[in-house]
Design a protein around this ligand. Sequence first.
Ligand code: ZN
Length: 218
Amino acid sequence: MDKVVSAKRSGTKASAAVRPVPPTREEAEEAVRTLIRWAGDNPDREGLRATPARVVRAYEEWFSGYKDDPREYLKRTFEETGGYDEVVVLRDIRFESYCEHHMAPIIGRVHIGYLPHNRVVGISKLARLVEVYARRLQIQEKMTAEIAACVDEVLKPHGVAVVAEATHQCMTTRGIHKTGVSMVTSRMLGVFRDHAETRHEFLSAIGMRGAIHVANGA
Ligand SMILES: [Zn+2]
């Protein structure tokens, strides 16, 4: 009975463009039971009996970013900037995400810089923006680019710089088991892309001067 319902619900025409109908909580819990069995354990033993419900609740928190529109966080801007026309940098924004290839944690930090054009945004909003993108299945490169594009689109600054550094548990706990390796990704837009001096100012502020090269950098 359940199977018929779920086949109807998800349909056969699902594509990347159309988000499929989400499963019910019961279906999600059943999937966790399947994975427990796949791992080699018995989902009916006492210690695991409540696990599917807990995992499904944890998923609601880890993947809460799908519910939010990141642009909303940047909409409330401040225009009285007293003529401030220097780079604004928010560094060391910790994030926890999940890689879309293995669903393993990606844990790291994001640094955001922008050169305002009349408008600035509260710093907590930039941190929330990172959280919304992080709390989805991600690859670090895409997350870095999405954060930069969102700041660029909503604040329309003279430029945006985003650098992310993170460790990927799909790399440290499985596969080649390389610990102590972190991945650094960056996206430079506007003045940060076109002017080496502005870019260096940002990279110095986050302690990474000389670490990032931009393809068409001056
Ligand atoms: Zn992975």
